[in-house]
Design a protein around this ligand. Sequence first.
Ligand code: NAG
Ligand code: NAG
Ligand code: NAG
Length: 828
Amino acid sequence: MAGERRRRGGEGPRERTRERGTRREREREREQQQQQQRGPGRGRAALVVAAAAALALGLAAAAAEWKRWSAAARLVTPHPAPPALPPGSTGPLASPQRFWGTYRPHVYFGMKTRSPRALVTGLMWLRQSEGGGGLRHTCEQSDGLSRYGWLMHDGENFGVQEIRDGDLSLKTEFVKRPGGEHGGDWSWRVTARTEGAGGPAPLLSLFFYVATDGQGTLRPHLENGTRLAAVTGTTEELGDFTLTFLRPTAGSGEDPKYASYHYLEAASPGLHRLTEVVRSSLSDRFVFAPPGRPRRRFFAVDAFRGLPGEAPRGRLLLHQVTLEPPSTAEVTFESGSAAGRPGRLAGAALSAALGRHAAAFERRFEETFGLGRKGFPPAQRRFAQAALSELLGGLGYFHGRSLVQAPLQERPVPAPEAALFTAVPSRSFFPRGFLWDEGFHQLLLARWDPALSREVVAHWLDLMNAEGWIPREQILGEEARAKVPPEFLLQHSETANPPTLLLALQRLLPAAPPPFLRRLFPRLRAWYDWYNRTQAGPLPLTFRWRGRDPQPERFLNPKTLASGLDDYPRASHPSPEERHLDLRCWMALASRVLAEVAERLGEPAGPYREMERALSDNELLERLHWAPELGAFADYGNHSAAVGLRWQPAAPPAPGRPPSAPRLVREVREAPRPRFVEALGYVSLFPLLLQLLRPDSPRLPAVLAAMRSERQLWTPFGLRSLARDSPLYMRRNTQHDPPYWRGSVWVNINYLALRALSGYAGAEGPQRERAAELYRELRHNLVANLYRQYAESGFLWEHYSDSTGRGQGCHPFAGWSALVVLVMAEDY
Ligand SMILES: *[C@@H]1O[C@H](CO)[C@@H](O)[C@H](O)[C@H]1NC(C)=O
Ligand SMILES: *[C@@H]1O[C@H](CO)[C@@H](O)[C@H](O)[C@H]1NC(C)=O
Ligand SMILES: *[C@@H]1O[C@H](CO)[C@@H](O)[C@H](O)[C@H]1NC(C)=O
């Protein structure tokens, strides 16, 4: 089983990104299809001879061209409603407390400001025993760190992170101090220790850097010609500032530590290439020579000779300190406009500030979630604190353009520049915004800091284009792009994603200030309309996810990335006849939330209430989605259950064509026909998950029974995504695509299940007791397993094995797995 975990963990970013991202094959197929569609059309037109017909065709072509052109224009036109975020509201004057932050979730430790061309600071380190290739900077699974993540982080002023890299343990801490008009001061402390038996103390280098990107100036201040003691500078939003690199001390004390110093000043070709700049500047010609001790060669930054390619975009100044742990190094940032400073925030003052913030964090955590009151032991409370903190520490600020494409467009186009303040699913693998994940993130963050959550929701809604569409994956700016292979950048304008932000909004609603809701409302309406219009199904009050994989013969079951449940089995043959149950339930939720917001604002809520009533009508729901042969709710479509993957032998080489490799193709052993889809799993649960099913529904017992059945969805670790007795349970989708939503336990859906069960347990009805019992057992299983896996592996994971409970997919994955905090708190 350990082998299993390694295999998945070891998959390259390509493989993994593909599972959530757009697929390269899909792009190619789409192109081919479009060419086919375009080709014959032109051919026929050439054959038309009658002038009138030609004219008519010409007009039609012109109309089609116009349509294409205007669709293309609307694709990249921002929505005309006033922005949900008032202009300037995120800058240093309006929001000083959130100007600086650890908004670079993809680096192990770094900070930046919420500005389009921000000043960034960061840490790299090198265990000299690893050689120059062991430089650590961006969070990479391939670094093989046994643990890293924020243990405490309040989302604003303070954080403590622990990192384990082999025998090295690093603690990275920061504290901010308000003052002035530019976001105030902050200080860092990095504490290094090594565990291990005897031998010479290993050498460690810490690299602290500051870099500009397109604007601002930096000036080095050297001590004795080699030690970069300070950097002064100016940027548009920060004004003047001073960054000071203090001399390291031994352990936690104040005693100075013997250290070697180096520094680098370089033109930076862009923030996404900083690791390369530093790595290419390393040389091992340096000697560490503490008095009276053996001399050792080591790597340090030397001359930077430039990188091929891009022209310089900014400057990098880097301070390298090399020493033998244990040791503590501190950095202070002081804003020029902060007057009347009580003293430098370093040494004892920094210790005191860190202590005060830690105590305040503990208090606020207990007040918010009450895990102590509920009797959780300290170790489990620390686990919950770490889960919340890693999500808060994963908040990023991104700025840039999406690459978008409409179905009839030949080429993708860049969307307008946009800013996004968002949490990310995973600092290593998905360090960018994902629409469907974000609603789940905000369910938790809305409890911790509702104002912060409101700001995140507003940022997302401001990404909407004139059509009312929000691209589901946000890859903004070069640092975000550097984590995504170019062929996966594209966002397709017909592709939706579950509107989970509305779940978060529903939670924020009771305490939301009316002006906030008023700014949001036009955008919410446009968003709702977009779903209602573009994702409509074949019958009234049915819905269908667009953008399924075409060419079904290439997949065991063509994926439905839009749904968020990627490879969850749907109709085997995608067609316009499909009706998707989960989307229908999301629309019911959306109607309810829109109605609630409208009512709060005194706006007409009637159409949304009507829609909600129609979509919650249990009889209609049953007619459209109850599959008697399955004894469960299901999708409907053109479907064959008798499909399998078969090796197609290599085609013999034909003249002028290279031999093709053998490949797996789908074999359909029984013709598809319109019917309910034979899959029992998360999708079947949606009427319960979003609480559309009435507590007295005659179907509720069957749904609960499927949840509790070990042959179906029940495991000792939570509910699995697809029933064990379902035809596609744990089946690969292609040669390269391991099962994803075909059996694993996912925390977001388990959270929704617990929330629903606690609702049914609290409502009058014949299933009340049963629901309460399932709730207790499921909650225990989920919390116990996530805690056990965290204690053993050091991380929260993307999903969990339904057979062993082990963490799977990528890590760290606080993201929606951090919802375990709300489950522990029983806060739904
Ligand atoms: C650096 O220079 C200062 C005086 O400018 C001196 O006091 C100090 O000892 C020197 N430090 C080192 C490490 O050489
Ligand atoms: C959703 O679309 C349907 C079909 O076009 C329409 O009848 C209904 O009024 C729409 N609902 C809302 C709330 O706009
Ligand atoms: C179902 O799919 C098959 C294979 O693509 C197709 O031949 C058939 O017409 C489809 N049936 C319906 C009702 O769409």
